[in-house]
Design a protein around this ligand. Structure first.
Ligand SMILES: Nc1ncnc2c1ncn2[C@@H]1O[C@H](COP(=O)(O)OP(=O)(O)OP(=O)(O)O)[C@@H](O)[C@H]1O
Ligand SMILES: O=P(O)(O)OC[C@H]1O[C@H](OP(=O)(O)OP(=O)(O)O)[C@H](O)[C@@H]1O
Length: 207
């Protein structure tokens, strides 16, 4: 019998598409998987242990080795630069990071304010553009910031564009496209390489 692999799955938006992909790749996940408040789900037939976590915490579990594998948004990986390897672009939960703001506005000449959930990505983007900005970290409802005068611009995820539109904001620049990635703990990758390669191959077939 092969060893158990622990996989950190993001709850929320990515969860359904990630489970569908695993099923398409031939893994039998129980119905409990889709409708449960349990945070640890053992799938004995496949020798998997799933841990269900906040999307932003997946890479933390993998970095610390309490999960061998994980599924995480590229946005989170760019923001946190965790010590994990990226094995596959799963091409699910596609969206992109963009700079947005009120239409027809210029950024303040001196230290324009940028509100975002992604302070590191935003700082790196404006640094590369040669702009000195002040980053304001928020945890959600980022689109509020320019509407109430907290910031000149936001850096946030855009998917359908509906949130920007309904709040009267426009996109100024695209930063980078985002999809979810399969990530691995570097030590697990070395010692559980056979099983991990098997999963990578099975998933590659259905991406
Ligand atoms: N429209 C979208 N808004 C936000 N994230 C999206 C969107 N479309 C795809 N994603 C992907 O889904 C991930 C976020 O999932 P979800 O929205 O469930 O988490 P969250 O609730 O924002 O995270 P947290 O619970 O930590 O605040 C992002 O990291 C990104 O990769
Ligand atoms: O382009 P759209 O399809 O409208 O999606 C983009 C919106 O979705 C996300 O917010 P989320 O729903 O996660 O809420 P939050 O503001 O609490 O982060 C993101 O931060 C945008 O606000």
């Amino acid at each position: 019998m092969s060893e158990v692999l622990t996989i950190a799955m993001p709850k929320g938006r990515i969860f359904e598409e990630a489970s569908d992909l695993l099923r398409k790749a031939g893994y039998r996940l129980p119905p409990e998987f889709d409708d449960s408040r349990k945070l640890i789900i053992d799938v004995e037939e496949e020798n998997f242990r799933f841990i269900l976590s906040k999307p932003t915490d997946v890479a933390t579990y993998v970095e610390h080795g309490v999960a061998d594998l994980g599924i995480a948004g590229k946005d989170v990986l760019l923001e946190e630069e965790r010590d994990v390897y990226e094995l596959l672009d799963l091409k699910i939960s596609a969206c992109y990071l963009a700079v947005a703001g009120l239409p027809g506005t210029k950024m303040n000449d001196v230290a324009p304010k940028i509100a975002t959930k992604y302070p590191n990505v935003a700082a790196a983007f404006f640094r590369e553009q040669g702009e000195q900005v002040e980053i304001i970290k928020l945890n959600g409802s980022i689109e509020l910031a320019p509407l109430i005068g907290l910031s000149d611009r936001i850096v946030d995820i855009v998917s359908t564009g509906r949130t920007l539109k309904e709040n009267g904001l426009v996109e100024y620049e695209t930063i980078t496209p985002i999809t979810s990635r399969l990530i691995v703990n570097p030590v697990s990758y070395r010692i559980k390489d056979e099983r991990i390669s098997e999963i990578v191959n099975a998933l590659s077939e259905v991406i």
